[in-house]
Design a protein around this ligand. Structure first.
Ligand code: SF4
Length: 609
């Protein structure tokens, strides 16, 4: 945000009244809507007070070009107006939970004959069942693994399912019944799927009771093999249940949600209790930005339950929120039955909320400590490199190739000492069909830093993987582009164990010897993290390119598929991945193709699972 005087003038004229404000960008688009009991006081946090904000708040501040206010007669009126304006403008910065794309969900469509369980990122209006959102890939994967182990639902895509001639690895590891090739009736399979759904809803005890009855039926009809299979499933579920803690004696479903805030940061914990068992705990971190804690909590509740399939009848929270009645009404509409949001004042429920709050506070403490350590490393790095400003944004480049083939380069970005994946870039080296790391690096740095800084801002520090040679080459590029004084450059070279070197070496321009690390190990560690991430990113990209090439060459091994048909296939599917999962019918319909060729292609591409 540029503090132009018209904005400041407007700010000084703002009254100390309740109301709603809209922040506008340079194009006049509403990017944030907020309410305040005292508009002037609230706006002072935007325009007057300067605090250390996180990346999202800093980005909002950067974009604000103007603001509008509407004065209301009460805080309640401001609340209603704020809700309406958020609905109307859908402002980017009002979304506190990263949208559904970023939180994984599990999806099961019972309308399919053989429903699959899939990881998805968005809820579609398609009558399928969605479970989650899960707070991380790790937690969704853990659940998926349990489902596979116990219920053996298929996970493959529909096209793959239709075209398989042999079961895939999931069948070998007993994580799928091999529905694609084995004769299993849809009715039988759907029984398993229903049990899996109950399990996902936290009704594991109900599943166990059902299964035990089935097991006894099989035993009495002397179908011992089937009874034994069910017994194993029961054991697996009971094993999971044993690890879950009983937190409530009344066996009701409830979510316990607590909020903890400190130093401008906040953590919300969601503890999901189903039938008395604590089945999941998830933490959601936030920057308070300019919001009051109760605003964060109510915005969280609204956005969180918009993305969940299951809404419990009781939601316990640890602090008052202004729009409780509105949210209860909204949730009741979704659930089709009353939903109560409350702060328990005594007994077991109060204890549960307090426990949730302790955990949220502990998590927040851990995160704050980590932030402080990251900050300390950044300051240390500034001192070590003799920089004038803090290296808040670091970029690092690395190359990867296989004996000169498919050379690529990666660029990773660290902001505030942490990987900033949205800033990562990949480069395919152009027109250099020989192995030359310096030439690759020159090309990539030149391509990167030719970009106008208004399009892609310069870093505070550029790190290259390597010693004096690589560093000189990087400096040469910056000189050629006339930007050698725009930011700091450093080279990080591996230690030479044979020479007894203890640490990796940091080189900076104008010094022939590496810097003395001394007490600045944390600074070195930060640089190593950045370099290793660039290395990992480059290697992954190179591997993908290699696999793609290998995939393309597989086409050459199929009799009847020559250059023309290969071109048609690659143009249509834009890669081997989609070709592999396409149906035989779809392939056969392409120009020059027929059923026999399509079958041969499908078989060749899928024969290795
Ligand atoms: S075994 Fe068959 S049905 Fe099961 S996941 Fe693999 S391809 Fe799909």
């Amino acid at each position: 945000m540029t503090m132009t005087s018209p904005i400041l003038e407007k700010y000084w004229q703002t009254p100390h009244s309740p109301g709603v404000y809209r922040m506008l960008d340079a194009k006049g688009k509403t990017i944030y809507v907020g309410k305040a009991k005292d508009l002037k006081k609230r706006l002072s946090s935007y325009f007057i007070k300067k605090t250390n904000h996180d990346a999202k708040t800093a980005a909002l501040l950067e974009m604000i070009n103007d603001f509008e206010i509407i004065i209301t007669s009460s805080g309640h009126e401001a609340f209603i107006l704020e809700s309406n304006l958020i609905k109307e403008y859908n402002p980017k910065y009002n979304v506190i939970l990263k949208d559904g794309k970023n939180y994984p969900l599990l999806r099961i469509d019972m309308n399919e004959t053989y429903p699959a369980i899939q990881r998805v990122r968005k809820i579609k209006n398609d009558k399928a069942l969605y479970f989650g959102p899960y707070s991380s890939s790790r937690s969704v994967n853990k659940t998926l693994k349990q489902i596979q182990k116990i219920f053996k639902l298929r996970q493959c895509k529909n096209t793959q399912f239709k075209n398989r001639s042999r079961p895939c690895l999931n069948y070998q590891i007993k994580a799928c019944l091999g529905l694609c090739c084995n004769d299993i009736s849809s009715v039988e399979y759907k029984k398993q799927v229903r049990d899996a759904i109950l399990f996902l809803k936290g009704r594991s005890k109900q599943v166990v009771t059902k299964l035990k009855i089935q097991m006894m039926d099989y035993s009495s009809s002397r179908e011992y093999e089937k009874a034994a299979e069910i017994r194993d499933t029961v054991f697996a579920i009971e094993n999971i249940l044993e690890k879950q803690v009983v937190v409530s004696q009344d066996l009701k479903d409830r979510d316990i949600i607590a909020f903890a805030a400190k130093k401008g940061r906040a953590v919300i914990i969601v503890m999901a209790v189903r039938s008395g068992y604590l089945i999941d705990t998830a933490y959601y971190p936030f920057d308070l930005g300019f919001k009051e804690p109760d605003e964060i909590l109510s915005a969280f509740l609204e956005q969180y339950y918009k993305n969940t399939e299951f809404l419990p009848s009781f939601i316990m929270i640890n602090q008052e929120i202004e729009n409780k009645v509105y949210l209860e009404h909204l949730f009741a509409e979704k659930k089709g039955k009353k939903v109560r949001i409350h702060i328990p004042v005594r007994g077991e429920k109060k204890r549960l909320v307090e426990m949730a709050h302790v955990n949220a506070s502990r998590e927040l403490g851990k995160r704050l400590q980590k932030e402080e350590e990251e900050r300390a490393s950044i300051m240390m790095l500034k001192e070590l490199l003799g920089m004038e400003r803090l290296p808040l944004k670091i970029e690092c480049f690395d190359n990867s190739n296989l004996s000169g083939q498919d050379p690529v380069s990666s660029m990773v970005v660290f902001k505030d000492g942490r990987a900033f994946k949205n800033g990562y870039r990949r480069f395919i080296i152009r027109d250099l069909d020989f192995q030359d790391d310096y030439a690759y690096m020159y090309q990539v740095l030149e391509r990167r830093f030719s970009k106008d800084p208004s399009e892609m801002a310069y870093p505070d520090l550029l790190v290259v993987d390597g010693g004096k040679g690589q560093l000189s080459m990087a400096v040469a590029v910056l000189k050629d582009l006339n930007i050698e004084n725009s930011f700091m450059v450093a080279g990080l070279a591996k230690k030479n164990k044979a020479k007894g070197e203890q640490f990796d070496k940091i080189y900076i321009p104008g010094r022939s010897n590496p810097l003395k690390i001394g007490q600045s190990k944390k600074a070195l560690y930060l640089l190593q993290q950045v370099r290793d991430e660039a290395h990992r990113f480059a290697i992954t990209f190179q591997r993908k390119r290699r696999e793609k090439r290998a995939g393309f060459s597989v086409l050459d091994t199929i009799p009847g598929i020559g250059p023309k048909k290969k071109k048609v296939l690659l143009k249509h599917f834009k890669g081997i991945g989609k070709m592999k999962t396409a149906s035989i019918k779809e392939i056969a319909l392409l120009p020059g193709m027929n059923k026999t060729l399509a079958e041969a292609l499908n078989h060749t591409l899928n024969r290795n699972g």
